[in-house]
Design a protein around this ligand. Sequence first.
Ligand code: GLA
Length: 534
Amino acid sequence: MKWLRFCAAALACAAVANAQSLTGRWEARMYQADEGRKMVLALTQQGSTVTGYVLQPNTTGVAILEGKVAGNALTFAVERAGRGARGATTPPPPVRTSYSAVLQGDKLVMTVPAGGRGLLNPMEFARVSTAAPGPLPPPAPRISLTSYNPVPYNGLAKTPPMGWNSWNKFAGAVTDKDVRGMADAMAGNGMKAAGYIYVNIDDTWEADRDANGMIRTNSKFPDMKALSDYVHGKGLKLGIYSGPGPFTCAGYEASINHDTQDAKQYAAWGVDYLKYDWCSGGTVYDGASMTQQAAYAKMGEALLKSGRKIVFSLCQYGQNDVGSWGAKVGGNAWRTTGDIRDTWQSLVDIGFNQQVGREKFSGPGHWNDPDMLEIGNGGMTTTEYQTHMSLWCLLAAPLLAGNDLRSMKPEILEILTNKEAIAVNQDKLGKQAVRVSPPVPADQAADTSVKELHNATGGDLQVFSRPLADGGHAVGLFNLGAATAKVTAKWSDIGIKGSHKVRDLWTHADRGAFTGEFSADVPSHGVVMIKIAK
Ligand code: GLA
């Protein structure tokens, strides 16, 4: 027994003695498709305790918390600035992330927690120095912007923009070849004919700046002008992505202090659409709504003066009550929430729970954007994707397909190109649907500051209705529940009287004339979408 105890103690001592100290600077490549962006661990190990900080290109350094070594395993946590809830006007609480890594030979192999779309996982850190790192670099003073001139309307997006965006399917892996492939597919498969026009490159096309400060593309996009010529040659338009901070969300070069220059470069390339993502903005700007507005207005103004008509799409996840000022900074659309995922839960959270009450901000030229479509990405059923499409059409949301258009199943193409649903989305009146049943509580409906309103769930059976330019109404009867259920749209809720013809926009069949109400059995997670004639 004694002997056993001695052995265990000796083995433990040997493990500690043999364990390589982790002290030093470690670097790992963050994205498969990019050599440039590195995550850095600056570590000091004392016994089993590790201190130091993590550096990422899109953040200032964050201190390592609770760093511990046990055998070959390192665990630690960091706290980063949160993005903030939709509508929040105070700085959000920090978000804590836990990491674990294992020393394998001379590499530290770290598992990245879920959520970092496009990140390499695991990441392999190589030691670039064994010197104990200095202290965490202090953050730069925050930028405050105190005013801006309202940006005049650019005349674009009179109906919600339609097209494709690379992020949901490709994230950091998107290439020039993929974008050309999407343009080919879109032009040939009926999508262009159905109204899809923009082919939008999201994050990860950027490299660095040249000696004059002009942004350069990375090797995935060797010639942006040639790509735009190609896309234009198909009768389509090209979109691109940046942000008002120093780095994009994936850690690439963004547009701070270069807005005018970047807008000119986009125009020279022949870009027709810009998604402008806050991302690292929180690390350099002071967090005030005015500062964020003015940062967006700079690019709004720069695009107007760029010499090319460029749709301006804001992406700051609905912070600072963006609907109330998005159009004033030149925005043609603004994201209202965090990122959508290809799951039913995400669709419910983003599409149903966080959009009601925002309709007052939306209209021709300036739209609420509940994020891009996940239709066809495989995480939901065909019924759920039909619900996704119906809701986005009713909400007058931008319709940006997010799947691989080169290889989709016929039923997915059919959903994306349902002309009767698209006609609702593109209706000239531009009125976003209101949830009429269950009604949004009056105190919330009257609340222009948005606040918690968007988290109001409407239960399993929900009816959304929007008036159309021809005097009719488009109505969605949704069943979020687990079993088929009867859903009823009452004329009194919709604001009509008498007998009206009803057409089913998914079966493309006239259902006859109805008085007072229309009911349908709706499958679990499904929809019956109708047009009620004038
Ligand atoms: C943010 C946006 C996404 C996408 C990524 C790119 O998360 O909300 O839509 O653009 O950045 O890094």
